[in-house]
Ligand binder design. Structure first.
Ligand SMILES: C[S@@+](CC[C@H](N)C(=O)[O-])C[C@H]1O[C@@H](n2cnc3c(N)ncnc32)[C@H](O)[C@@H]1O
Length: 259
């Protein structure tokens, strides 16, 4: 049984995940959560991982209030979300902090698949001297939350939220980004777009899935991809973000792309 808590002191939502869906196990965990976390107002049971185009988890209300919108405190900023309507993972706060701390003054950054905007917020808070960070997201509800998160974190002067499909919006760009962040496990299908709009020598940070302990499957995919591209690449880092499923890792791959 795993429990994720999202929110802050005033209001939290607990998301419980069970292996065998045992009723008594779920009842025990409800009692334990309510005893240990008095600020938990709703308890949700995770019935599926992220699904469909908008990558939303199936979360069933099993105890407490119907309204599951919370303001989550992560690092030194706030993220407003309703986990039943948009994708959000509190487990990715550490990787967001690591990536954000690498951004440099004057850089132009693109976040594909921006969701409710956690990368826009963390980058702007950690490196407020960036030139601009643009976030593209196709779920209109997530875009509304992204706009709200820009407002509550007071970063409107640094960020541009765009509602739309990465395939369409990126047609408007040329080789102009110092860094592109691609935080979605199917992002490899969009690597061709990223390599066309990254500056020569720019950096791409992409989430990928590996089924191998040495991540050789990722090396293989990337080398095959660049065989058919007019760009060169160098993988600089591979970091485990979290377990994706019992035998698969979610990995952050950082690569330099040049001509
Ligand atoms: C796994 S979520 C990640 C959200 C956010 N980056 C985060 O870390 O919380 C992927 C997001 O990409 C959006 N998305 C999926 N395909 C897209 C596309 N082709 N264009 C724009 N957004 C897309 C989904 O709606 C979803 O919100």
């Amino acid at each position: 049984m795993g429990v994720d808590l999202i929110g802050s002191e005033n209001k939290m939502v607990a998301i419980v995940e069970t292996k065998n869906n045992s009723k008594s196990e779920i009842e025990k965990s409800i009692i334990k959560i309510k005893k240990n976390h008095k600020n938990v107002k709703s308890i949700l049971k995770k019935n599926s991982g992220p699904k469909g185009e908008f990558r939303i988890k199936k979360l069933e209300l099993i105890d407490g209030e119907e309204n599951t919108e919370v303001i989550h405190k992560e690092n030194n900023y706030l993220i407003k979300i309703d986990p039943r309507k948009v994708y959000f993972s509190s487990r990715e706060g550490t990787i967001r902090e690591k990536i954000s701390s690498e951004m440099k003054a004057g850089e132009k950054i693109l976040i594909m698949f921006a969701g409710v905007g956690p990368y826009l917020v963390s980058i702007s808070k950690i490196q407020p001297k960036i030139k601009e960070v643009i976030g593209i997201e196709n779920n209109p509800i997530a875009v509304k939350y992204m706009e709200e998160n820009i407002r509550i974190n007071k970063i409107a002067h640094l960020v541009t939220p765009i509602e739309g499909d990465v395939n369409e919006i990126c047609k408007n760009y040329s080789e102009e980004f110092d860094r592109i962040i691609m935080p979605m496990v199917y992002a490899k299908n969009y690597l061709d777009i990223a390599t066309k709009i990254i500056k020569n020598g720019g950096l791409i940070y992409i989430y990928m899935i590996s089924e191998e302990n040495d991540f050789k499957d990722i090396d293989y995919f990337v080398s095959k991809f660049f065989e058919n591209s007019n760009r060169k690449y160098k993988i600089l880092e591979k970091n485990i973000i979290c377990l994706f499923s019992p035998n698969k890792y979610k990995i952050l791959v950082k690569m330099e792309v040049s001509k």
